[in-house]
Design a protein around this ligand. Structure first.
Ligand code: FES
Length: 114
């Protein structure tokens, strides 16, 4: 059964260039605003559990504040070590001024593409 979208923040809570931690039904997620486009990724770095919501955005990547791994927020893919595997990504839907996230990880985003 697919999960429903959950309201997590107001649009103005996540200005361009910002990262905001949200708990979506127990799933820790980092909401990222890159030039006005919102992305939701898992908050836990796959290297050693660093909190990505404390990281910084650069182009379409988020950098872990602990050891500098970087992930593409669009796909979750690792673009800079030392993280070994991708992070999950989640669907975002904006309705009015409310940001909604589906806490079910997007399927197939990282699969199959080299
Ligand atoms: S915990 Fe994120 S790079 Fe080490």
């Amino acid at each position: 059964m697919s999960q429903a979208f959950v309201p997590v923040a107001k649009v103005q809570d996540v200005p361009s260039g910002a990262v905001k931690y949200v708990d979506v039904n127990g799933t820790p997620i980092a909401l990222c605003n890159i030039e006005g486009h919102l992305y939701a990724v898992g908050n836990i770095c796959t290297h050693d559990g660093g909190p990505l919501s404390g990281g910084t955005l650069e182009e379409h990547t988020i950098e872990c504040p602990r050891h500098g791994a970087r992930f593409d927020v669009r796909s979750g893919k690792v673009v800079c070590l030392p993280a070994p595997v991708p992070i999950p990504t989640y669907e975002v839907r904006v309705e009015g001024d409310v940001v909604n996230v589906n806490p079910a990880p997007r399927v197939g985003v990282n699969a199959g593409s080299p």
